[in-house]
Write a protein that binds this ligand. Structure first.
Ligand code: 3B9
Length: 339
């Protein structure tokens, strides 16, 4: 969104300045985790913009922060077909599984050199695809069966961590961002406290709470649930060349203003993968969100292409899961819910 036309009315200039300032504070708070303004000051600016948009409705552009409060409930979710499917991951559990994965990759690449992997977290949330056209968020869809998902655009607009417009100069004409919508542990605890106070059913875990919040037909309810988002993949890209590696893709995503989790690394060989896994395992309890493992991806995209997929999962990626420690508590929670 360039500067307003020369000689525009004062309120047009003011609305433009407010929108950019509020979006900048929103990015600092929800994407960089570095609040840049006291909440009361943010609310005052927000109300000033809302008043201007009420007086001049044409100011309520799709990327205005006022669009994040949600709107009238939808009758249902429309189906959305993914032009590029959202694939699932094969799993590994033991060190041997990881060593076998690394060996399969080296054989597949016919190389004796250690392979460079991008290692990142596997969030316990739900997979989403965001479509940006000329930098504007135009559609959001759930993974569904990998080929067809549900249109949850109205709900996704209320997720403050998801930019309504991409930043910077390298803006593609079409970009499908794949990532995970999740709820932080402390936002989950606060939500269940509110549920209890309102005599409503509590959520069993943050994953269910995030899924339940996104499957709301009333986006005003979704707007009251603090959902987060981390980008981790790409679908359609038009108008620009693909970056050469997965790690370069994530660096570019950060320049565009998309949230990318900082718990990621580029490592080499099975030893590098296992060292990353152990390091994350030690800090898992302290993380603000739940994870059910880590994900390893061959970093170079030409090597990913060369390896391809087997059935619906890529040969170039693997999820390494933690032992299901909380299985017992989940059984108890389900009994409590049913009982
Ligand atoms: C690796 C990939 C499976 C995404 N990639 C894809 O879905 C994908 C899709 C089409 C691709 O290429 C095709 C292009 C055209 C047709 C068919 C495939 C390549 C990758 C995946 C899945 C789940 C993840 C998760 N929960 N957490 C993290 N951190 N990363 C994850 N990564």
């Amino acid at each position: 969104a360039g500067p307003p036309p020369v000689g525009a009315a004062d309120w047009l200039v003011r609305a433009h300045a407010l929108r950019d300032e509020l979006n900048r504070h929103n990015h600092a708070y929800y994407v960089l985790d570095e609040p840049s303004i006291p909440d009361a000051e943010y609310d005052r600016l927000f109300q000033e913009l809302q008043a201007l948009e009420t007086a001049h409705p044409e100011l309520a552009t799709p990327d205005s922060p006022t669009q994040r409060v949600g709107g009238a409930p939808l009758p249902q979710f429309d189906p959305v077909r993914h032009d590029i499917p959202m694939l699932s991951l094969g799993n590994g559990f033991s060190d041997e599984d990881i060593e076998a994965f690394d060996k399969r990759v080296m054989d597949g690449l016919e190389t004796l050199q250690e392979v460079r992997y991008a290692a990142e977290l596997k969030f316990d949330g739900l997979a989403i695809s965001l479509r940006y056209v000329d930098g504007l968020l135009v559609q959001a869809a759930t993974r569904g069966d990998g080929t067809t998902g549900e249109n949850v655009t109205a709900n996704i607009r209320t997720v403050r961590a998801i930019p309504l417009r991409l930043h910077g100069t390298k803006i593609p004409t079409v970009l499908d961002v794949r990532g995970e919508v999740l709820m932080y542990k402390q936002d989950f605890a606060r939500l269940n406290q509110r549920q209890r106070d309102a005599g409503q059913k509590e959520f069993a875990n943050p994953r269910n709470a995030a899924a339940g919040s996104l499957r709301q037909l009333d986006s005003r309810i979704t707007a009251q649930r603090t959902l987060r988002f981390f980008a981790y993949g790409i679908g359609v890209l038009e108008g620009m060349d693909m970056p050469a590696s997965h790690s370069a893709l994530l660096d570019w995503y950060q320049e565009l203003g998309l949230p990318v989790c900082k718990e990621r690394a580029v490592v080499t060989g099975a030893a590098g993968l296992l060292a990353f896994f152990r390091g994350i395992g030690e800090k898992r309890e302290q993380l603000p969100y739940e994870i059910d493992g880590v994900v390893y991806k061959v970093d170079r995209l030409d090597q990913q292409k060369h390896l391809g997929f087997v059935s619906r999962a890529p040969r170039f990626a693997l999820a390494h899961k933690f032992p299901a420690q909380e299985a017992l508590t989940q059984v108890l929670e389900i009994e409590v819910q049913v009982g």
